[in-house]
Design a protein around this ligand. Structure first.
Ligand SMILES: Nc1nc2c(c(=O)[nH]1)N[C@H]1C(S)=C(S)[C@@H](COP(=O)(O)O)O[C@H]1N2
Ligand SMILES: [Mo]
Length: 427
């Protein structure tokens, strides 16, 4: 890049200059690798033929079920050992720092169990629909597959995502601060289709949905939501639902807290009032600043996070980078994401990458020239209802710090001169 361009000219042409800058960086890195300790590896660089191109590889069905490359190690779900007393009532986190697109690989989808991962035989599994309706039903998996089907891409986020960061930044890791969100393409039946089949009675206002795991996890859902976009799914990203996600059948409640997305779904009871189950009294309520408790806080509000750079993915020297991240909202589509490279003083509009889908992870990118100085990176999501992702101070002013759930605060990553990145909070 020429050094003698005026500031305004550089700004106008930042797109094209940026692109050339990226390329220059690429060749510089290759050059330094050749001169460094990796000289031997240069024997395999083009135009020479590397060893692996001089012999046949394993043939088809060498691995009847595919796996990631043996060189992709460490891209795995992880847990925080001190967080829970047992592994059966616990959570593992998605490595968002290594997720390139909006779909989470099935093997990396975060897990949240209240009673461990149930092993359910699909031939023995039944879904019972009963209560205030005309025709109660006991459905087999074959029955469920005969109904008209739909496929939708939606995130699931546990509202405890970020719950360890209410008082202070304490986990120096994107995987642990944000990895309780994942996104998949789900295939199954609209719950409204099933409810149409059973015929709701006039006073039907609520549904109790219950799982077949040891926790028998159950939640009350308002009938309006059930008739809107709730799905009963058996397919996940091109294959059967994974056991971790509730094989053979789970509920998807788009944009609502993870815990209402009941896995190993076995029962739907229709009634005229909520059940006030353990999960909506003792659990999944929020202790507010004034000592009152909020319940039935179902919605996931607008949220975003920068996934590159992040603590797991530091910067390698000053230069041009593409800041990358995900944004999502339980209210609908993400309309824009702003990025700040100076701790929230100035904001620039990031690019949203297709597809931009309602209640799905949405990818954003932003070109940035890092001057090598310490700085603070942030992203801020705005959804189609105009809701703006808040700062942690704004959230604390309303909710205090007693709660665990629904921390959708703007994340701040501190970049140090050596390129390392830290989880911090601004006062
Ligand atoms: N039956 C049953 N359903 C359940 C749970 C459970 O423990 N049992 N956990 C809930 C919680 S708290 C969350 S956040 C989501 C997590 O879904 P995932 O494990 O597929 O990521 O499932 C929900 N559905
Ligand atoms: Mo959850």
């Amino acid at each position: 890049m020429k050094a003698n361009k005026s500031g305004s000219e550089q700004k106008q042409k930042s797109e094209s200059i940026g692109r050339r800058g990226f390329l220059a960086l690429g060749s510089a890195l290759a050059g330094s690798a050749m001169m460094g300790g990796k000289a031997a590896a240069a024997d395999s660089y083009p135009p020479k033929d590397p060893d692996w191109s001089l012999m046949l590889g394993p043939g088809v069905v060498d691995r009847p079920y595919g796996q990631p490359s043996q060189f992709v190690k460490g891209v795995i779900r992880r847990n925080v050992p001190w967080l829970t007393a047992t592994q059966e009532s616990s959570v593992s986190f998605t490595p968002l720092q290594d997720q390139p697109g909006i779909i989470t690989a099935n093997g990396l989808f975060f897990e949240r169990y209240h009673g461990g991962r149930a092993t359910v035989d699909p031939a023995q599994h039944r879904l019972m629909i009963h209560g205030m309706l005309e025709r109660p039903l006991l459905l087999t998996m074959d029955d469920i597959r005969r109904f008209p089907s739909v496929s939708r891409i939606h995130f699931i986020e546990c509202p405890a995502n970020g719950g360890m960061e209410w008082r202070a930044a304490q986990l120096n890791s994107l995987q642990f601060t944000h990895g309780m969100v994942s996104c998949a393409e789900w295939t199954g039946v609209k719950l409204s289709t099933l409810l149409d089949e059973v015929g709701l009675k006039k006073d039907a206002k609520w549904a109790l949905v219950e799982g077949a795991d040891a926790a028998h996890m159950d939640r009350s859902l308002p009938i309006e939501k059930c008739l809107d976009d709730v799905l009963v799914v058996y397919g996940q990203n091109g294959e059967a639902l994974r056991p971790e996600q509730g094989f053979p059948l789970r509920l998807i409640v788009p944009g609502w807290q993870g815990n209402v997305n009941i896995k190993w779904l076995r029962r739907i009871q229709i009634g005229d009032q909520p059940w006030f189950t353990r999960e909506e009294t003792s659990k999944y309520t929020e202790l507010m600043k004034d000592g009152t408790v909020r319940g039935f806080t179902w919605l996931i509000y607008a949220k975003s996070v920068i996934t590159f750079p992040c603590p797991e993915k530091p910067l390698k020297g000053a230069g041009i980078y593409e800041i990358r991240g995900f944004a999502w909202s339980g209210k609908g589509k993400v309309t824009h994401v702003d990025v700040s490279t100076d701790g929230g003083v100035n904001w620039e509009r990031a690019k949203l990458q297709d597809p931009v889908l309602p209640k799905a992870l949405t990818r954003f990118t932003h070109e940035w020239r890092w001057d090598g100085k310490p700085t603070l990176l942030q992203s801020r999501c705005v959804d189609e209802t105009g809701f703006v992702q808040p700062t942690i101070s704004e959230l604390r002013a309303v909710r205090g710090v007693n709660g665990i759930y629904n921390n959708n605060a703007i994340q701040t990553w501190q970049v140090k001169p050596d390129g390392s990145v830290y989880d911090v909070q601004l006062a």
